[in-house]
Design a protein around this ligand. Sequence first.
Ligand SMILES: [Zn+2]
Ligand SMILES: [Zn+2]
Length: 297
Amino acid sequence: MIITFLGTGCMVPTKERNTAGVLITYKNENILLDCGEGTQRQLIIAGIKPTKITKILISHWHGDHVFGLPGLIQTLGASEYSGKLKIFGPKGTEKKFRNLFENLDIEITIDYDIKDISKEIFFENKEFRLEALNLNHGLPCLGFNFVQKDVRKIIMSKIKKLGIKQGPKIGKLQRGDSIKHKGKIIKSNQVSRIIQGKKITYIADTELCDNCIKLAENADILISESVYDSTHKDKAREYKHLTSRQAGLIANQAGVKKLVLTHFSQRYKNTQSIEEDARTVFDNIICAKDFMKINIT
Ligand SMILES: [Zn+2]
Ligand SMILES: [Zn+2]
């Protein structure tokens, strides 16, 4: 699993930082979290073909999170996008999306499906699920979880020792069932172990609220907005954003393993004060940069 940071700036892009965009790559899935202006070019620079995108999750309809949509969708149409793009967002997303393209007079030529998210688990397959909770940002706004499901791994050395041959018996053990072998019952957990799935949480723009902690509970990686450090906490309150210290508090209270701060105001020439502010309450922190990748194994 790879997380690619496509845009780590806030409302106004800078030379170093584009507007919001994070990509989660997992097997054949490329899930784009927010799509600020210029996201398609960021993808290209990062060496990722835009046509590889399978899902787009929109946190909220502020420009720095959605202005990249028309360009990206048009490019997919011109590139013979062969999949079915799934787009999810908060209440009003479907209407806003259709109105946007209608007003621009752009015909959407790709196969796609767009949905307003109305329940916590809004997508699930055998390998992972996607969850959303409401955040407080003054308009419908969601935070997201990507939760990889636990997998059972057969310990081949034990299988060999017992003399179990490749075939349906191993399939049964893999599914967690017991088998009968040489007159004995072999339980699945005697020859396998569970590998816990990873959890990535994305907290987009919000003020501090209970759902931030609920969403991030026990996450392996928490990607959190961190527009200001605490010296600008009044501004953070006024615009319903988090300070980096508050992002640290969420990570601390939710039992997160690693906190990645992003979405910095253009006022910060470097992230030293942001990082120090968060570090007063949480240790394992990094500040994201555009094109930074995190490999999760
Ligand atoms: Zn924003
Ligand atoms: Zn916003």
